[in-house]
Ligand binder design. Structure first.
Ligand SMILES: [Zn+2]
Length: 534
């Protein structure tokens, strides 16, 4: 019997961190069936990968691609990086569940930028079925967002959950897990998730006990409150008896950069105590989110329509500005710390000519004070503004990347309107995270070995998620593979010119099917919605 695919002449870096070794890899029935030098069997397709690395396909531990698949099932920005699995439903956001009477509210909350998604489902299971029908190019691991659970249970109210609210959230979480969710995520800087007290989250975590559920958290503050917020995340996992994954570990705002070592130390201490805590990081010193996140949490109560009303109200504008314009020159929030207006860039909005400007430039163009220009921009664009903001230190980024308990997640927020459409100036992490770790950080800066870089993007996240048969190149594993040239692999996406695919990744295999073949995308996607083994 012939194999379906034979990769001949490459160096296998198997994802475990073990040294690369010369070996051919044979694939049949979607699985790896042989890994050995000089394999001699027949194959329907033989790829000469001499001089190249054959690695497991990369697992993006933190992605916001959820609705992206619906506009762009080819997931081109991901598959071309060698990503074969994405973990989505992050930072409290997921497109389900959606109560029928809350369609508009949820659309305004979860909607991306440059698109108005329909959410033609109610339950998490119905939503996952739609996702399966799309046949995205990558495998998808889905969490349910705490924000979605909370809106369904109690609307967009800025108050702690009552006993009935909590019961409804627990039921929603249980239903989502029955349908295939891997756990839940919070975004404790994003309303309405931000309105939850710690007890609510411990109760939800406890309700997952015995079901192998995960708690992923964008913590309550990455700036002045960094250490308290790490403490809270660890406490939720510890008291709830579930693994905690801390999203995009960082210290935001120059005044907080020195707190990073303490934060990493707390993760180390908790791990020594036996708490199952880990985290992820993206290889850039800028973050990206929706710009309305620069408004205080209280201003969001009731959802985006209420926020717009407040942004139009003179007294409310003064209150917001008094609170956030900390020293007259920088804008301060719990999520960003204090950063200058020239460090906050417009990534996407309806008026395309504004994309790429920073808020200081916008202010001088419009003859307004920067704070005024910010509030007016949100108002005029109905809050659908994406931003890229430089709030982190590059030294810290390297420190987090090198930490042995931390792995790679892009936190990408793709901007899209459909296949082939490339609007806005999304953060380059959307196109470049994985090749950047290999090229910039392993090869050029020698932050870690190539094997460690691959491990942090394959075997480590796979082990974290209990994916026994992915994230490694070995006989019996699912054939998710990325083939790259270690000497040339490179991210090409930049802040001013982000829509550029990486170079040096000629082949990508998903579930045994070639998804990228000699640098070209193939036909319909071979990705699956992965459900946890319980
Ligand atoms: Zn986040």
């Amino acid at each position: 019997m012939a194999w379906s695919l034979l990769l001949r002449g490459g160096t296998v870096v198997d994802g475990t961190g073990a040294p690369g070794r010369a070996a051919d890899v044979a694939v049949e029935g979607g699985r790896i069936v042989a890994v050995a030098p000089a394999l001699s069997g027949a194959a329907e397709r033989v790829l000469d990968v001499t001089g190249r690395v054959v690695a497991p396909g990369f697992i993006d531990m933190h992605s916001h691609s959820d609705l992206f698949y619906f506009a762009c099932p080819s997931a081109e920005s991901k598959i071309r990086q060698g990503v074969t699995t994405e973990v989505v439903g992050m930072c409290s956001f997921s497109p389900a569940p959606v109560r029928a009477d809350q369609q508009a509210l949820v659309k305004g909350w979860v909607g991306g930028i440059g698109q108005t998604p329909d959410l033609p489902w109610e339950t998490f299971g119905q939503y996952l079925d739609r996702l399966r029908e799309l046949r995205p190019a990558v495998n998808v691991i889905h969490l349910v967002g705490h924000g979605a659970l909370r809106i369904a249970a109690m609307g967009f109210e800025a108050r702690p959950a009552g006993a009935d609210d909590l019961r409804r959230m627990e039921r929603g979480l249980g239903d989502a897990m029955d349908a295939g969710a891997w756990g839940f995520s919070t975004g404790l800087v994003y309303p309405p998730s931000a309105y939850a007290h710690t007890d609510e989250l411990i109760a939800l975590a406890k309700s997952m006990r015995g079901r192998h559920g995960y708690y992923f958290s964008h913590i309550r503050g990455e700036s002045a409150m960094l250490l308290e917020s790490i403490t809270e995340a660890i406490r939720i996992g510890d008291a709830g008896g579930v693994p905690v994954q801390i999203a995009h570990v960082k210290a935001s705002g120059p005044e907080n950069w020195s707190k990073l070592d303490g934060a990493l130390g707390m993760i180390d201490d908790a791990r020594r105590r036996g708490v199952d805590v880990a985290g992820d990081v993206y290889p850039y010193n800028a973050g990206s989110t929706k710009m309305d996140n620069l408004m205080p949490a209280w201003a969001h109560e009731g959802g985006v329509m209420k926020l717009l009303e407040r942004l139009a109200d003179r007294a409310m504008r003064k209150r917001i500005t008094d609170e956030c314009l900390a020293d007259g020159e920088r804008w301060g929030t719990v999520s960003q710390g204090r950063i200058g207006f020239d460090q906050i860039f417009i990534a996407a909005c309806r008026r395309r000519e504004l994309e790429g400007l920073n808020l200081a430039q916008l202010a001088s163009q419009s003859g307004k004070a920067p704070a005024e220009a910010l509030l007016d921009l949100l108002l005029d664009e109905k809050c659908t503004v994406g931003m890229v903001s430089f709030s982190q230190s590059l030294d810290n980024v390297a420190k987090v990347m090198a930490h042995p308990a931390l792995m790679i997640g892009s936190d990408s927020i793709p901007l899209f309107e459909g296949e082939g459409d490339r609007p806005g100036k999304p953060h380059p992490r959307t196109y470049g995270t994985f090749p950047r770790v290999l090229g910039e950080y392993a090869r050029e800066r020698r932050l870690f070995s190539l094997e460690t870089a691959v491990h942090k993007m394959t075997g480590m996240p796979a082990a974290r998620l209990g994916l026994g048969d992915r994230g490694v190149v070995r006989v019996g594993a699912v054939a998710d593979l990325a083939v790259f040239d270690a000497a040339t692999v490179k991210d090409e996406s930049t802040y001013p010119d982000p829509h550029r695919y990486p170079t040096g990744i000629p082949y990508v295999v998903v579930n045994g099917q070639l998804a990228v073949d000699g640098g070209r995308l193939t036909g319909p996607g071979a990705g699956r919605v992965l459900t946890p083994a319980r």
